[in-house]
Write a new protein. Structure first.
Length: 76
């Protein structure tokens, strides 16, 4: 199980809130760092059309939409 995850999103994004809730519910042991894509032009350019995006410590990404099953597969 991956212990460090980054969630790329932005403020007032209901999909980002759903993704965060999924991680907190199905992987509460993981440390989740939230990154607002609006704070960095390069990050914004990379993720603006695909948020929320979950990234693990190995650099693998899980793009929305994903459900609990896909999240568990990503983390295993």
């Amino acid at each position: 199980m991956h212990s460090n995850l980054v969630l790329y999103g932005t403020v007032a994004c209901h999909l980002c809130e759903e993704a965060e809730a999924l991680v907190k519910t199905h992987a509460p042991e993981c440390a989740l760092q939230k990154v607002d894509i609006m704070d960095d032009d390069a990050v914004f350019s990379q993720y603006r059309y695909s948020i929320p995006v979950l990234k693990d410590s190995q650099g693998r990404e899980l793009c929305w939409p994903f459900d609990a099953t896909q999240l568990n597969e990503f983390l295993s």
